[in-house]
Write a protein that binds this ligand. Structure first.
Ligand code: 4NP
Length: 169
């Protein structure tokens, strides 16, 4: 089978200003720390265009900053073409899953959809809760869940990279 130049991951939430840009920032840091920048590409998108062009929510940015992250992507809506560009489209909750599924055209597209919490190891949540109307504890919980799941996702991606290098993806 044809080898891919990179594995491409897209994180998706509703507004693309809280959960998915945080997942993107956390995952990018892990990728850098593990020297995998040439092998993995990460981006994020939203299921709405409500905040298109905006930086992540200031609360998410400041909670992230305290843990050493710089969340600085600009919000953009998910589009059908993302199913062609990305290998994994990772959503935060069931409503994201249903909305993203409606943009998937083929079985191959559908297989790219994953839930962030599928990669959790320390937590047993089945979704990453929307923090938009929550207080500080909601944002801290999101970061706890995302840091845990990004660790699991990194392990999964490392296995994919070695399979890809052997040409068995
Ligand atoms: P996100 O959070 O989906 O994690 O980016 C939200 C951001 C904005 C809104 C809802 C959720 N909103 O209603 O504008």
């Amino acid at each position: 089978m044809k080898k891919k130049d990179k594995i491409r991951i897209l994180f998706v939430c509703l507004g693309n200003i809280c959960r998915s840009p945080a997942a993107e920032g956390i995952m990018k840091k892990l990728i850098e720390e593990n020297g995998l920048e040439d092998a993995v590409e990460v981006d994020s998108a939203g299921l709405s265009d409500w905040h298109e062009g905006e930086l992540p929510d200031s609360r998410m940015r400041s909670h992230g900053r305290r843990r050493g992250y710089d969340f600085c992507s600009r919000s953009r809506p998910l589009e059908r073409a993302d199913f062609e560009r990305f290998d994994y489209i990772i959503v935060m909750d069931s409503s994201n899953y249903t909305a993203a599924l409606s943009l998937a055209r083929t079985d191959e597209d559908k297989k790219k959809l994953r839930r962030m919490t599928d990669f959790s190891s320390r937590f047993s949540y089945d979704h990453v809760p929307d923090p938009y109307y929550s207080g500080a504890s909601g944002f801290e919980l999101v970061l706890d869940l995302l840091e845990d799941a990004c660790g699991g996702l990194l392990d999964f991606i490392c296995t994919e990279i070695s399979r890809n290098r052997k040409g068995i993806l």
